[in-house]
Ligand binder design. Structure first.
Ligand code: AMP
Ligand code: TRP
Length: 328
């Protein structure tokens, strides 16, 4: 299957990103045809410091390589290096209605949070995302729950284009993980874990052991003492059990049995050690890659080259079908 997915360069990658999306990326690349993209143009919808953004993009690439994205198996590249993303986004925007963009949950949330900066890019964000995906004839998109709606609009746009101009795009499937599609905040387990919240609310993949211990021990739990998986009644403990289970492979039922009589503190202590242990190889790899600037540049150069040649095939077709006069 042809797989495409993206991640924004800004903010720290956390265990929500990992369990919801990136872990699947690493698995899919063993068997499928994968492309992974650092979406720097999407990040521009929030005001960025140019130097900090440049650094963040390089840092995100290092993070992805550190957790197992393998440039020998997948195409890894930066969105702005392949100009066709913005070209296709423009074309698709003419097939997208204002109303459907205004209905997007993420847009409504971001517009509310950024009252001082309600730029048009916040609204057209999903069109650029649809372009990212459709450009490569993508069949499957591994993402977390929060991106489900953006995938629906991507399929709608593809359908509309195909109906009007003839079959050009594949309608991509959304690939949610079996569990972990929505990892919750450690501070407020009714909300998703988010890198734009207080760092105490998430475990970053490259957090030092002391920070991991501190954050897990102070994670918000529920009243009572019982260790039981019940996302409705016990969202805090259920979230910790889920993270535990996904990080070390034990089933939730097994964990409930193991910690039944032991109490919240014992569960938290053990989870902190599991996280420290499983994240340690990522931290080690990150430190090693941080000094290999040329190697990273070369990966991105190759990635952009491969992606561009695929993108150009689709764009030739799109330009022709939409009636643009070629000049070759
Ligand atoms: P972002 O960091 O917003 O670019 O998201 C990168 C990927 O991580 C997307 O596929 C998101 O759906 C996924 N993701 C982000 N936060 C969470 C979360 N709390 N739980 C599960 N998946 C998430
Ligand atoms: N909007 C996605 C997010 O915030 C990132 C993204 C951009 C993406 N383009 C994509 C994800 C294409 C999957 C496919 O997480």
């Amino acid at each position: 299957m042809k797989i495409f997915s993206g991640i924004q360069p800004t903010g720290k990658m956390h265990i929500g990103n990992y369990l919801g999306a990136i872990k699947q990326w690493v698995e899919f690349q063993q068997t499928d045809d994968c492309m992974f993209c650092v979406v720097d143009l999407h990040a521009l919808t929030i005001p960025q410091n140019p130097n900090a953004l440049r650094k963040a993009v390089a840092e995100k690439v290092i993070e992805l390589l550190s957790v197992g994205v393998d440039p020998a198996k997948s195409i890894l590249f930066v969105q702005s290096h392949v100009k066709e993303h913005t070209e296709l986004a423009w074309m698709l925007s003419t097939l997208t209605s204002m109303g459907e963009l205004e209905r997007m949950t993420q847009y409504k949330e971001k517009a509310r949070k950024n009252k001082a900066n309600q730029n048009a890019g916040l609204l057209t964000y999903p069109v650029l995302m649809a372009a990212d995906i459709l450009l490569y004839q993508t069949e499957g998109v591994p993402v977390g729950k929060d991106q489900g709606q953006h995938l629906e609009i991507t399929r709608d746009i593809a359908k509309r284009f195909n109906a009007r101009f003839g079959k050009t795009f594949v309608e991509p499937k959304t690939l949610f993980p079996k569990a972990g599609a929505k990892v919750l905040s450690l501070k407020d387990p009714k909300k998703k874990m988010s890198k734009s919240d207080d760092p105490e609310s998430y475990i970053a993949l490259f957090d030092e052991p002391e920070a991991i211990r501190k954050k897990i021990m102070s994670a918000v739990t529920d009243t009572g003492k019982e260790i039981r998986y019940n996302p409705e009644r016990k969202p805090g403990i259920s979230n910790l059990l889920l993270i535990y289970s996904l990080m070390n492979g034990k089933s939730i039922a097994e964990l409930e049995r193991q910690f039944k009589t032991k109490g919240y503190a014992a569960l938290k202590k053990s989870l902190a050690e599991i996280l420290i242990e499983t994240l340690e190889p990522f931290r080690r790899k990150q430190k090693e890659l941080q000094s290999r600037e040329l190697y990273i540049q070369e990966i991105l150069k190759q990635g952009a080259k491969k992606a561009s040649s695929l993108a150009e095939i689709t764009m030739k077709e799109v330009r022709k079908r939409m009636g643009l006069l070629g000049n070759e």
